[in-house]
Ligand binder design. Structure first.
Ligand SMILES: Cc1ncc(COP(=O)(O)O)c(C=O)c1O
Length: 456
């Protein structure tokens, strides 16, 4: 099967060929036909420094000229140690244990395994189950998929997944029936505790959640009080708290850890995407010392990782990316300019009837589309509005990240915008205006095709 035949981020219909990428520079990507795109999220919130950054490329080239890879059980390396120091400093004070991996699914997989090994080391072999949330995505490996709730991605593997149960998504725009905004945090925290008790707290290894939900929800931050509430519930029942910050972390939301916003520290955390900015495959699992101590006291070592764990050149890329972010104070910039970007988007999108909600944090924004603003009824999924918007935007020279299924796993159209952290305000404005133009075109196209169908 070719990549083209399985569709694309902007939903090229099956069989339609994808454009061939040729090169990039800063916020721009060029395809082989010479077309230029502004990259406002041509991948799932990955390219935090834009493309072809000369300093990052030079760091990679220098490392390759020395040695590409030193195997983790034979050598340590300067890039590995430097990246560990940078990441631990960014996550201070408690998340000081790190293992570097090759992406988000591996980072989540390691997080799940570390949780299981922690309980095994403490003689609590009954704690084997996970609790996760509806409308969440944690990755494509079997463990990560088991705690994910993207229905169509799970369906072919049902029956072969790890044991996990799901509590409600925490979404102010789409709260559980009968729950008002003001009660949402409290309701969802209580629901988690009920689920732990229903299963028996000595059977639960960990609760995993995205502090700001990415693709499965269309950028959904939880309301105030939620993160602190689940932290307390997990502590009360000896359940480890895993934060999946693969998409929302590494500065994307205006703090290095997304959960910093809530002053909450998880026991285990997964990061990826923005850690290496897409220059080379890179992810990491961080965990607290008490977790490591329990495993080490048992006489073991943390049983996770792969041949390319701590890959020397991938770590060198990560060091370069993180050094630039720190030196140029880009996270502070995301924090300051994020609300401005959100305001720009609200200004241009509000007049469009199909726009239901515009939400986000930092340079991580989700736009949800609805057939009826008053009832928040989603569009017919057959219309594929999110993907139509993605295609219209690509046609207009803008890359964004459409996703479907946020309402019930099938219905729901959202598009994510996640520009590089160094995007200046005038380009944020350009993204907002171009995006509004593409949304209008896609919505008009949908109206036209509905009118044609009703006539025929
Ligand atoms: C929140 C979250 N966790 C995990 C993953 C899996 O990461 P990867 O695709 O790098 O394996 C993703 C990917 O989109 C993600 O958004």
């Amino acid at each position: 099967m070719t990549n083209a035949s399985i569709g694309s981020a902007w939903g090229a219909p099956a069989g339609e060929a994808l454009p061939k990428v040729a090169y990039g520079k800063g916020i721009h990507v060029y395809d082989a036909a010479g077309k230029r795109y502004i990259d406002a999220s041509g991948g799932p919130a990955v390219y935090c420094l834009g493309h072809a950054n000369e300093e990052v490329n030079a760091a990679i080239a220098q490392q390759l000229a020395r040695i590409a890879h030193g195997y983790r059980y034979t050598f340590t390396s300067d890039p590995l140690e430097q990246l560990r120091d940078l990441v631990v400093a960014a996550c201070a004070p408690k998340l000081d244990q790190v293992i570097f991996l090759s992406g988000g699914s591996e980072a989540v997989e390691s997080a799940l395994k570390i949780a299981l090994q922690y309980h095994s080391a403490r003689g609590q072999m009954s704690r084997r189950r996970f609790i996760a949330r509806r409308r969440s995505w944690h990755g494509n490996t079997l463990g990560a998929l088991s705690v994910s709730d993207f229905l169509d991605r799970r369906a072919p593997f049902e029956g072969a997944l790890l044991e996990a149960s799901f509590v409600s998504a925490v979404n102010e725009y789409r709260p559980p029936a009968g729950v008002g905004s003001a009660q949402l945090s409290q309701y969802c925290v209580a629901e988690l505790e009920e689920e732990i008790l229903r299963q028996g707290s000595d059977s639960i290894a960990a609760f995993i959640f995205e502090p700001v939900v990415g693709a499965a929800g269309g950028v959904v931050p939880a309301p105030a009080g939620y993160a602190a509430g689940i932290r307390e519930v997990c502590d009360r029942h000896g359940v480890l708290l895993i934060a999946d910050e693969v998409m929302c972390g590494s500065g994307r939301c205006g703090t290095w850890r997304a959960l910093e916003h809530d002053s909450v520290i998880p026991d285990i955390m997964a990061v990826a995407k923005g850690l290496g900015g897409g220059y080379l495959p890179l992810g990491a699992t961080l965990y607290q010392r008490f977790v490591a101590d329990a495993i080490l006291a048992y006489g073991g070592r943390v049983l996770t990782g792969h041949t390319f764990t701590g890959h020397t050149t991938a770590c060198a890329a990560g060091v370069a990316v993180q050094t630039i972010i720190k030196r140029d104070r880009l996270i502070e910039r995301v924090r300051a300019d994020g609300p401005v970007f959100l305001r720009m988007l609200r200004e241009v999108l509000k007049p469009i009837e199909a726009v239901g909600d515009i939400r986000g944090r930092g340079f991580f924004v989700g736009i949800e589309f609805v057939a009826n603003r008053a009832t928040r009824q989603p569009f017919d999924p057959a219309a594929q509005l999110a993907h139509r918007i993605g295609r219209a935007a690509a046609h207009d020279g803008l890359l964004c990240y459409p996703s479907m299924g946020n309402v019930d796993g099938i219905c729901g159209d959202t598009v994510i915008l996640a520009p590089p952290y160094n995007t200046p305000l005038d380009q944020l404005r350009e993204i907002a205006e171009l995006f509004a133009h593409s949304v209008r075109r896609a919505a008009d196209e949908l109206d036209t095709s509905a009118a044609t169908q009703s006539k025929s």
